[in-house]
Design a protein around this ligand. Structure first.
Ligand code: NAD
Ligand code: TYD
Length: 375
C-alpha cells in the first residue's frame, strides 16, 4: 500500500476522533498526525483505544498559528490534510462570533497558506497532495417546511417528508448564524485556493452528525444525559425544526472514500436522506433511553420543556447526497432508529466519559445558557 502522511486537524473532537480512528485502523502504512488545540470540545480520551498505534501521533497546536502550521507540515512532510478543526456549536457562535471567525476563517486560511507554500516547494508540486475540507450543510441556509405534518414524499427523488427541496452542491450559500457564516467563509477560501493557485482541494458539506463522543451541548447527547439524570429537555421554540441526521462513522467512511476517490476541485454533499423534527427525535430518545435504563415506557416524557427559540433558528435542513452515491456508490450503513439505539447504549455504558465532560466549567456554561433560554 502507498505510504502517506496525513494531518487531521480537530482530531480530538467528535467527528475528528472518528476520522482518526477510521484512518489509523484501516491504513497501517499511513502516518496519521492529529493536530488539535484541545479546546473545551477536544478530548484525547476520545482516542484512548488507538493512541498506542504506531502510525498515530498527536501534536497540540492552534491552526491559527501560521508559523506553527508551516513548521508541522514541513517537519512531517505532510502530503494530505483532512481539516476538521473548528468551533462547531451554533449557540456559542451567537454569544461569541469572534472566536468562530478566528478559527473557522483565519485558521482555515492559515492552514491553506502553510500547505500551499510547502507543497509548491516540492518538485512534484501538487501531485499526490490533497487538502480535504470538512464543512457543513448549514452554509446553504434553511429550506422551507412546506409539508409540516410530514406528508411530503419521502424518497430520494421526489422530495423529503417535510418539503420538496433539498440542498444540492449547486445551492447558493446563504448562511444565517455566525457559525454557518464562518464555515461558509472558510469554504470560499478553500475554493479560492483551488481556482487561484490550482491548489488541490475537495470540500464536503455534511448534515447533522450523531454518535459516540459528541460533546453534550448538542441536541442528542444533551437529551440522553438529561434523561438519564431526570433533568429538563430544552426544546427550542415549538420543536418543529427539521434536521437531516447521519451516524458519525458513516460520515468518516464518506470522507475516506472522497479523500481517495473524489474528484479534485469538487464539492460533495453528504447526508442520509433522513429528516426528523426535533420534537420527534426527543420523544424517540425518551423511548429508547427509558427502555435501556429499565424504566417504564415514556416515564420521562414530562421532562420535555419548551424554551425560548434560538435566534435565527434555521427551519429545515435536507441534503441531497446523490452525487456522492452516483459517483462513488456511497450510502449510509445504518438506519436512524438503529443508530440512535447504538448511540444511547454508548452514552449509558460510558457514563464516566459523560461525567468528565459535563463537570466543572462546562456545567456552569450550560446552566447559564439554560437560564438565558428560559428568560
Ligand atoms: P467538535 O467541536 O466536536 O470538535 C472540534 C475540534 O477542533 C476539537 O477537538 C477542538 O479542540 C478543535 N479545535 C477547535 N479550534 C481549534 C484550533 N484553533 N486549532 C486546532 N484545533 C482546534 O466539532 P465536530 O462536531 O467534530 O465537527 C468537526 C468538523 O465537522 C467541523 O469543521 C464542523 O464544522 C464539521 N461538521 C460538523 C457536523 C456536526 O453535526 N457536528 C456536521 C457537518 C460538519
Ligand atoms: P444542534 O445539536 O445544536 O445542531 P445544529 O444547530 O448544528 O443543527 O441542534 C440540533 C437541533 O436541535 C437544532 O434545530 C436546535 C435544536 N436544539 C434544541 O431544541 N434544544 C437544545 O438544547 C439544543 C442544543 C438544540
Amino acid at each position: 500500500m502507498e505510504k502517506r502522511t496525513i494531518m487531521v486537524t480537530g482530531g480530538a473532537g467528535f467527528i475528528g476522533s472518528s476520522v482518526v480512528r477510521h484512518f489509523v485502523k484501516k491504513y497501517p502504512d499511513y502516518k496519521i498526525i492529529n493536530v488539535d488545540k484541545l479546546t473545551y470540545a477536544g478530548n484525547l480520551e476520545n482516542l484512548k483505544d488507538i493512541e498506542h498505534f504506531p502510525n498515530y501521533s498527536f501534536i497540540k497546536a492552534d491552526i491559527c498559528d501560521f508559523v506553527d502550521m508551516c513548521r508541522i507540515i514541513e517537519e512531517n512532510e505532510v502530503d494530505g490534510i483532512i481539516h476538521l478543526a473548528a468551533e462547531s456549536h451554533v449557540d456559542r457562535s451567537i454569544k461569541d462570533p469572534f472566536t468562530f471567525a478566528r478559527t473557522n476563517v483565519m485558521g482555515t486560511l492559515s492552514l491553506l497558506q502553510a500547505a500551499r507554500l510547502y507543497w509548491e516547494k516540492s518538485p512534484s508540486k501538487y501531485s499526490g497532495k490533497l487538502f480535504y475540507h470538512v464543512s457543513t450543510d448549514e452554509v446553504y441556509g434553511a429550506l422551507e417546511l412546506s409539508c409540516p405534518n410530514g406528508t411530503g414524499i419521502s424518497n430520494e427523488c421526489g422530495g423529503g417528508p417535510y418539503g420538496r427541496d433539498f440542498f444540492t452542491e449547486k445551492t447558493a450559500y446563504m448562511p444565517h448564524s455566525p457559525y454557518s457564516a464562518s464555515k461558509a467563509s472558510g469554504d470560499h477560501f478553500v475554493r479560492s485556493f483551488h481556482d487561484t493557485y490550482g491548489f488541490p482541494i475537495i470540500i464536503s458539506n455534511c448534515s447533522n452528525n450523531y454518535g459516540p463522543y459528541q460533546f453534550p451541548e448538542k441536541l442528542i447527547p444533551l437529551c440522553i444525559n438529561n434523561i438519564r439524570n431526570k433533568k429538563p429537555l430544552p426544546i427550542y421554540g415549538t420543536g418543529e425544526n427539521v434536521r437531516d441526521w447521519l451516524y458519525v462513522e458513516d460520515h468518516s467512511k464518506a470522507i475516506d472514500l472522497l479523500f481517495h476517490k473524489g474528484r479534485v476541485g469538487q464539492t460533495y454533499n453528504i447526508g442520509g436522506f433522513n429528516e426528523w423534527k426535533n420534537i420527534d427525535i426527543v420523544k424517540l430518545l425518551i423511548k429508547i433511553t427509558d427502555k435501556l435504563l429499565g424504566r417504564q415506557e415514556n416515564e420521562d416524557i414530562g421532562l420535555i420543556t419548551f424554551v425560548k427559540d434560538r435566534a435565527g433558528h434555521d427551519l429545515r435542513y435536507a441534503i441531497d447526497s446523490s452525487k456522492l452515491r452516483d459517483e462513488l456508490g456511497w450510502q449510509p450503513s445504518l438506519q436512524f432508529e438503529e443508530g440512535l439505539e447504538k448511540t444511547v447504549k454508548w452514552y449509558i455504558e460510558n457514563r464516566k466519559w459523560l461525567e468528565n465532560v459535563t463537570s466543572g466549567d462546562y456545567m456552569n456554561y450550560y446552566q447559564d445558557m439554560y437560564k438565558l433560554s428560559l428568560s
